[in-house]
Design a protein around this ligand. Structure first.
Ligand code: LMR
Length: 329
């Protein structure tokens, strides 16, 4: 009896020394709505790989792409009640939590992704990451997708071509107004419903990035895409503030370092993934890609610009000025 107890004790000690007996790993569920082969999809997988490599046994990351755990509409609530720990919603999906975040939907705000980058890393851009902490939401990073292109079953060259069309929009008052400004009919719809919405004619146009179009096969149900680069689809990687602050210090600081590393890589690859997706759409032969002349693009800008005025009080004039200033190198 004594022998057996001593044996069990030795065994327990050696297991502990060998590190086999330890607390269960922290499970981090990372849910998103897009495919794995997009900038955000790749970022989520990279984060999982590095977190599990560098924090073995301490952290397990489960990635749920394609709205397979939560889609638009449900994911924020899920984050707040602790059913998911990481999300990366498009910047268009934060208006209920911060009116300032609406800045990112203003049409023709940034000249290019480099300008968006400069704003996001400015003091004003960084302040938005922590602007929702009173609502228990902490922003950990900005990730790029890219600029938006228009799509429809008729060629869109001039703003008047959009008149009367039904456009799917993300849940954003600014985007709603953007399409009303060209006398089109916006309709809010979750990302998972876009393909079917276009296929059945519930909507007949939309706006998104090349990588989202290609990975959702939107080109199968849209005859024309216009390279308008009229706005931005980027993301904020967010977590539940209480959950994040409750992590052991060493785990949290390692995860933050990994997030910073992944962010550099996502932002480096995003444009490349979008250009590849554009080529794949062109090669599919289903969809004509329309390039705008500078004059045509100027007309879209002029038609959509009044939207800025409508939201400047909610967003803040100074914030808009700071974002505009990021267009100057
Ligand atoms: C959309 O709803 O169109 C996008 O926000 C999807 C995404 O996350 O890129």
């Amino acid at each position: 009896m004594l022998k057996t107890t001593a044996k069990a004790l030795v065994c327990a000690i050696s297991l502990t020394v060998a590190g086999f007996v330890q607390a269960d790993p922290v499970v981090i569920k990372f849910a998103h709505v897009v495919a794995d082969n997009t900038p955000k999809g790749q970022g989520a997988l990279m984060f999982k790989k590095l977190a599990e490599e560098r924090l073995p046994g301490k952290v397990k990351v489960e990635v749920y792409p394609n709205s397979s755990l939560f889609g638009d509409g449900k994911e924020m609530e899920a984050l707040l009640i602790g059913d998911v720990q990481l999300l990366a919603p498009s910047l268009a999906k934060f208006e209920h939590y911060s009116k300032s975040m609406q800045i990112y939907d203003l049409p023709f705000l940034f000249d290019d992704l480099a300008a968006a980058d400069r704003f996001q890393s400015s003091p004003q851009g960084k302040a938005l990451l922590t602007s929702m902490e009173d609502k228990n939401i902490t922003g950990l990073a900005y990730w790029h997708n890219g600029t938006k292109q228009l799509s429809a079953n008729k060629p869109l060259r001039e703003p008047s071509d959009a008149r009367g069309l039904k456009f799917r929009v993300q849940a954003s008052a600014v985007l709603d107004e953007q399409f009303k400004a060209v006398r089109a009919n916006p309709r809010k719809m979750s990302f998972a419903e876009v393909y079917q919405g276009l296929q059945t004619g519930v909507v007949n146009g939309t706006e998104n990035t090349w990588s989202n179009y290609e990975s959702q096969k939107v080109h199968e149900v849209q005859k024309y895409m216009t390279e308008s680069d009229h706005g931005l689809i980027d993301y904020m990687v967010i977590t539940n503030t209480k959950f994040w602050k409750g992590l052991p210090d060493d785990v949290r600081s390692e995860l933050e370092a990994i997030m910073a590393e992944v962010t550099v890589e996502v932002n480096r690859q995003a444009d490349e993934l979008n250009q590849k997706a554009k080529q794949a759409i062109a090669a599919a032969g289903t969809t004509e890609i329309i390039e705008l002349t500078p004059e045509q693009r100027a007309k879209w800008r002029e038609a959509m610009q009044p939207v800025w005025k409508k939201f400047e009080n909610e967003i803040g004039v100074d914030l808009i000025k700071a974002a505009e200033a990021s267009n100057q190198r």
